[in-house]
Design a protein around this ligand. Structure first.
Ligand SMILES: *Cc1c(COP(=O)(O)O)cnc(C)c1O
Length: 394
């Protein structure tokens, strides 16, 4: 990243912290052992894996034996949903979720539906939140799993997970939450959330890409994912990616230690940005409260988000139309659609997600660039409409 780049897409990914990277490096070279080997080269690697497991457990209020390393947040979500559905198939085939989940959850659920499972997708209100009452009312005797994200990646809405999961638990239903966006931004504790399973991913909190974890509460059943060696209690075989796991441990330790401070910093940037956006005509904010401190989703009426993002990129400002996973496709955001935005509004919406290295100056430069670009794009559009009307008059 050059210094001129203004990176406002931290919900898509974050840069790996240099301290985290430095901790990882020895495990590519000197300490290259297979963490499952019994000799001293291997023992050094397993010691690092165990230390990282303790850090992840500590960060979310779990036991080290309840942490399973995976290759990413997507894998954690896929495994949690398919693995619990299969392990509890004798009990029932109904799953409760929301209509704003990440594609890693949505597509896992769709696959189960194709296999005869029934999924209830709870609607969300204009702020992007599900209702506790509606969730409780949708729980049935054959419900085996409730999976609801802690915080949304496109608009930042924080779901009432703790209340919903308490009700689920009282009914003996297994609970899973995708906390990938939440770690480092808001407090995340599996006990407070009443979560039996929780997904997280290192690259969303200044760790490396390609490593995540699944928390699985002791006593909760899951079908194994990768069949091979005895890694991860024989549920997820495969040689440990020691450098990445070390990076995850270092990153989550730093992210939880600085969570409060980070949240205050992000919230003040967001407040400054939102105050400036309110001065721009035909601009509306999506989402409401409670929401992640650093995520802002905005609709700029009359402007195509692809054109706006392209113009911002030319100015060196990186933002996104929402989930990076679907921005390459023409499918309109299912999250904004579920919140009640029209197709036109969805196509005019942009997500800005702040990170710890962003400053007030960066916010001000972004606002100035936005004003210029919007004036230009809207003038172009007015000229176009004018010409069209002129032609009609002829
Ligand atoms: C990024 C993200 C994922 C996917 O994590 P990867 O590690 O990129 O696979 C899942 N859920 C949410 C909410 C995310 O933001």
């Amino acid at each position: 990243m050059t210094d001129r780049t203004i990176y406002l897409d931290h919900a898509a990914t974050t840069p790996t912290d240099e301290k985290v990277l430095r901790e990882m490096l020895p495990y590519f070279s000197d300490a290259y052992g297979n963490a499952s080997s019994l000799h001293r080269v291997g023992r050094r690697a397993i010691a690092a894996v165990d230390a990282a497991r303790e850090k992840v457990a500590q960060a979310i209020g779990a036991l080290p034996s309840e942490i399973y390393f995976t290759s990413c947040g997507t894998e954690s979500d896929n495994w949690a949903i398919a693995g619990v559905a299969e392990a509890y198939a004798d009990k029932g085939r109904h799953i409760l979720s929301s209509s704003v989940e990440h594609p890693a959850v949505m597509r896992s659920l769709a696959r189960l539906e194709a296999r005869g499972y029934e999924v209830t997708y709870l609607p969300v209100d204009r702020s992007g939140a599900v209702s506790v009452e509606a969730a409780v009312a949708a729980m049935r005797s054959d419900t085996v799993l409730v999976t609801i994200m802690t915080a949304n990646n496109e608009v930042g809405s924080i779901q009432p997970v703790a209340e919903i999961f308490a009700a689920a638990r009282a009914r003996g239903i297994v609970t899973h939450t995708d906390a990938v966006q939440a770690i480092g931004s808001i407090p995340v504790n599996v006990g407070e959330l009443n979560a039996d399973l929780l997904s997280l991913s290192a690259h969303k909190f200044y760790g490396p890409k390609g490593v995540g974890a699944l928390y699985l509460r002791k006593g909760v059943r899951i079908k194994g994912l990768l069949l091979g060696g005895e890694q991860e209690r024989s549920l997820r075989g495969g040689t440990y990616n020691t450098p990445a796991i070390v990076g995850l441990g270092a990153a989550i330790e730093a992210a939880t230690a600085s969570q409060g401070e980070n949240a205050r910093h992000l919230a003040s940037l967001k407040e400054r940005f939102v105050a400036a956006l309110r001065e721009i005509p035909f601009t509306s904010l999506n989402g409401g409260s409670p929401s992640l401190p650093g995520t802002v989703n905005v609709t700029f009426s009359g402007v195509r988000n692809s054109e706006l993002l392209f113009a911002l990129d030319l100015e060196g400002i990186a933002a996104s139309s929402g989930s990076a996973c679907s921005s390459g496709s023409v499918e309109p955001s299912h999250v904004l659609t579920a919140m009640g935005l029209t197709k036109e509004e969805v196509g005019s919406s942009v997500r800005f997600s702040f990170g710890r290295e962003n400053t007030e100056e960066v916010v001000d430069r972004t606002v100035a660039a936005l004003k210029d670009i919007l004036a230009r794009l809207r003038a172009d559009r007015d000229l176009f409409l004018q010409k069209k009307n002129d032609r009609k008059d002829v």
